[in-house]
Design a protein around this ligand. Structure first.
Ligand code: GLN
Length: 456
């Protein structure tokens, strides 16, 4: 059914970069056989899933939305992909994304943009717009995304889907092509909070192949989602982040946010306002730390090891450096080049303390804001994004306007804390989906599930 749906609508939406119809059907048949034989099954056995194209899939192309990886087929599976396969989930294919996960609209994909199923003239968010659009358009019931500064939660908000960024270290990053190692997390994209909890429990937990993976059992996420869905928020203290709401935010997004708060109160939660004064500097710190890490990570695309190799024109015996230059020139898009230049500059000798060092200090202050806030409340909340989905092309030539979309999602990545975006309804102005964000302390992912599920 999902393959039929892809054939019917993905020509317009373009959520997938690669569909593996044959592989998915084979896995679905194997699941049916297990069921017929009475084999004990995982709850998601046989439920198909789409995977963001930044995760390594053995035998399936993995491009990260970049020309530089065109034609590269990984020889191994990311740990999260291996766990999907072991539990019997058929993999439908790989989803579109901003090149190397840099962006908030999926327009920076080298393979053309994904469109928002709610309005094909609008963006589906980014960088994981493909995963969110696939789930929103019923081309997959589940998907995996990655969230470095909001790339699961913001697409969730603007497509009316649920997206979770787990605690940093809670889900393995082995086989995830790194954007910024200290910020990246893999997480679920689904239509309900309970589906996310099931998927999170499957992909999460310790992995000896990831040195930052946390070696302790996951909290009970499915149980927490069921408790929230039953309307039980008795005794939960909810803090509205002063700095992440109000003036400058789209009125329809704020109206849905206020309504969601009322629902939480009805379920027994107590709502107060909490200030996180350093959050106003989060965007500036992020756009130094992220390019610094990304510029270093992208050095490995040297025309020798992976994917594309472009021979420079008019040179008889080009040196390795000349081949590398021609390949990187042709293989990387504008946004990737912009961030390589920014990151290299921020890390260069003499400027390190002024930029990268300063940004790291701000990062510490943001972590302290979270710690102080979580002394007063159990969860923090805000709208996920300041506006509903904007029009394709609207912010493409204005990187700062594009970056401003990440205002509310970035603090969680800088501090490593978990968060969910849950649909809060359609904004009045344009009848497009808005998102409600719930953040919890590191290792307390169950709280985002309990509070998130109470909103469904
Ligand atoms: N929009 C943010 C950026 O462009 C987030 C990216 C992400 O989470 N991968 O960096």
């Amino acid at each position: 059914a999902h393959l039929d749906r892809i054939a019917a609508v993905d020509g317009d939406v373009h959520a997938y970069l690669h569909v593996d119809a044959e592989g998915a059907l084979e896995q679905a048949v194997a699941s049916d056989e297990r069921r017929a034989a009475g084999t004990p099954l995982h709850a998601l056995d046989g439920v198909p899933i789409a995977v963001k194209d930044v995760l390594a899939t053995a035998g399936l192309p993995t491009t990260c939305g970049s020309k530089i990886l065109e034609g590269w087929i990984p020889p191994y599976d990311a740990t999260v992909v291996a766990r999907l396969k072991a539990a019997g989930l058929p993999i439908l294919g790989k989803t579109n994304m901003d090149e190397f996960a840099m962006g908030s609209s999926t327009e920076h994909s080298a393979y053309g943009p994904t469109r928002n199923p709610w309005d094909l003239d609008r963006i589906p968010g980014g960088s994981g717009g493909g995963s969110a659009a696939a789930v929103a358009a019923h081309m997959a019931p589940l998907a995996l995304g990655t969230d470095t500064g909001g790339s699961i939660r913001q697409p969730g908000a603007v497509t009316g889907t649920v997206g979770v960024k787990p605690t940093y270290g809670g889900v393995s990053r082995y086989g995830l092509v790194a954007l910024a190692n200290s910020l990246d997390q893999v997480g679920p994209v689904t239509r309900t909070v309970l589906d996310s909890a099931l998927l999170h429990e499957l992909i999460g937990g310790h992995d000896p192949r990831d040195s930052t993976s946390i070696d302790q059992p996951l909290p009970g996420l499915v149980a927490a989602a069921r408790q929230g869905a039953a309307g039980d928020l008795a005794g939960v203290r909810v803090g509205v982040i002063t700095e992440l709401a109000g003036d400058g935010w789209q009125p329809g997004v704020m109206a849905r946010f206020e309504e969601s708060l009322e629902l939480l109160v009805k379920a027994g939660a107590e709502v107060v306002e909490v200030s996180c004064p350093h959050f106003v500097h989060a965007l500036a710190a992020y756009y130094l730390i992220l390019p610094a890490e990304a510029s270093s990570n992208l050095a490995k695309f040297d025309a020798m090891r992976y994917g594309l190799r472009v021979m420079p024109q008019g040179i008889d015996s080009p040196s390795a450096e000349e081949v590398m230059r021609a390949t990187r020139e042709a293989g990387f898009g504008d946004e990737v080049k912009r961030r390589i230049v920014l990151g290299t500059y921020a890390l260069s000798s003499g400027y390190y303390d002024a930029y990268y060092g300063q940004a790291q200090k701000v990062r510490t202050l943001i972590g302290r804001d979270f710690a102080a806030a979580f002394e007063q409340v159990d969860v923090l909340v805000s709208p996920t994004a300041p506006t509903t989905a904007f029009k394709l092309g609207e912010k493409l030539d204005d990187p700062i306007a594009m970056y401003l979309n990440d205002l509310a999602t970035i603090p969680a990545n800088l501090a490593g804390v978990p968060g969910v975006s849950v649909p809060s309804g359609l904004a009045d102005e344009d009848a497009l989906p808005a998102g409600f964000q719930v953040l919890a302390p590191a290792l307390a992912d169950e709280r985002v599930y309990r509070v998130g599920a109470a909103l469904e």
